[in-house]
Design a binder for this molecule. Structure first.
Ligand SMILES: *Cc1c(COP(=O)(O)O)cnc(C)c1O
Ligand code: SF4
Length: 333
């Protein structure tokens, strides 16, 4: 299969449903030997492989250590027991005041608007989250949103999930219209990997919805490596920026993917070309199945010091760790 022409012909909806969904196919498309990269452990049924074609197209064929591949490949190491790694490392189940809403930090409420993602990131801290019990339909959303209406300290609503940009334009617009009734809500923030995974998602209509003058909208893309950001991703980001949105990036510090000064500096430089400023660099959440991505905190601090020497201040992300029970993301450097 030649993936490049195919992905150019497909709409974003088709690209979202036509993803690579098993390790053997992934290996075949990348000219890799599956026998040398054993996969297929029991955890896979719970969190299957999912790789969109545009992202696949940026991987280097024949390289088992490709930094994009490592983020999606279900390594056997996921099945190894790791002390201190848990299924709900952030204690999110405890800050869930209404179905679909997480309210952990002052002034900001996070809505879990969908469980769907374009990609399954093997390090994901929500890979075990009980979405089924937590995904309201429109009717129930109206009840849940009443929680936000009643708490006038909430000035920012964060659309998260899952990936909110997997929703249709009309559903996103529905959320904008519901929230417009709450005068205290000034900002909407969208955490999404879609502009990077499937840049075709950034259509004129999407830009129009997000540019709703009632709010300031911030789009936080999630990119971990410069190689993820090709010309199509840059165009998509610049389109969002032209619509007047603020663009930020958050990354996760991942062993073998971006745990070097060169990789992190190249990412920041590339993001800036796309009109995006680095926001957070997260230390890995200690979620079961992700221990093989862990970078020790001391090494992370050294990387940050080297990055500060190398880059202008505005290209240096904040290194943070998320801690259950803390009132904010905790600075780690
Ligand atoms: C990360 C997070 C936020 C946003 O935190 P910022 O520091 O403002 O980026 C809000 N709510 C929850 C539940 C979060 O996990
Ligand atoms: S929620 Fe984000 S990190 Fe987790 S699998 Fe989806 S896109 Fe990846």
């Amino acid at each position: 299969m030649n993936t490049i022409p195919l992905q150019q012909r497909l709409s974003w909806q088709e690209l979202l449903s036509n993803t690579v969904s098993d390790a053997a196919e992934l290996c075949r498309l990348l000219d890799l030997d599956l026998a040398a990269l054993p996969a297929g452990h029991p955890l896979l049924a719970q969190f299957p492989v999912r790789v969109p074609l545009p992202f696949l197209g940026r991987m280097v064929k024949g390289d088992p250590f490709d930094p994009l591949l490592l983020q999606v490949f279900p390594a056997m190491a996921e099945a190894s027991p790791a002390p201190g790694f848990e299924t709900d490392p952030l204690g999110e189940a405890a800050s869930n005041p209404a179905p679909g809403i997480l309210h952990k930090y002052d002034g900001r409420a996070l809505l879990l608007v969908t469980a769907a993602c374009a990609i399954h990131c093997r390090y994901c801290f929500r890979r075990h989250f009980p979405y089924q019990d937590n995904l309201p339909g429109k009717q129930q959303w109206q009840d849940s949103l009443a929680y936000i209406g009643a708490d006038t300290s909430i000035t920012e609503v964060i659309l998260s999930g899952g990936d909110p940009l997997t929703l249709s334009d009309s559903y996103l617009d529905w959320f904008y219209r519901q929230l417009a009734d709450f005068e205290h809500v000034r900002r909407i923030r969208i955490h999404t990997r879609l502009p990077v995974m499937i840049p075709q998602r950034v259509t004129d209509n999407l830009c129009r919805i997000l540019a709703n003058p009632r709010f300031r909208t911030i789009v936080v893309i999630h990119s971990n490596h410069a190689q993820e950001i090709d010309a199509a991703v840059i165009s998509a980001c610049l389109a969002l920026k032209s619509a007047g949105l603020t663009l930020l990036n958050q990354s996760v510090l991942l062993k073998q993917v971006n745990d070097s000064t060169d990789a992190l500096a190249a990412l920041s430089e590339r993001l800036f070309e796309a009109g995006v400023l680095p926001y957070y660099l997260h230390l890995l959440d200690r979620v079961t199945g992700a221990a093989h991505f862990d970078v020790p905190e001391q090494q992370a601090r050294e990387l940050m010091a080297a990055l500060r020497d190398r880059l202008p201040g505005y290209l240096v992300p904040k290194l943070v760790r998320e801690q259950a029970g803390a009132g904010a993301k905790t600075p780690a450097a």
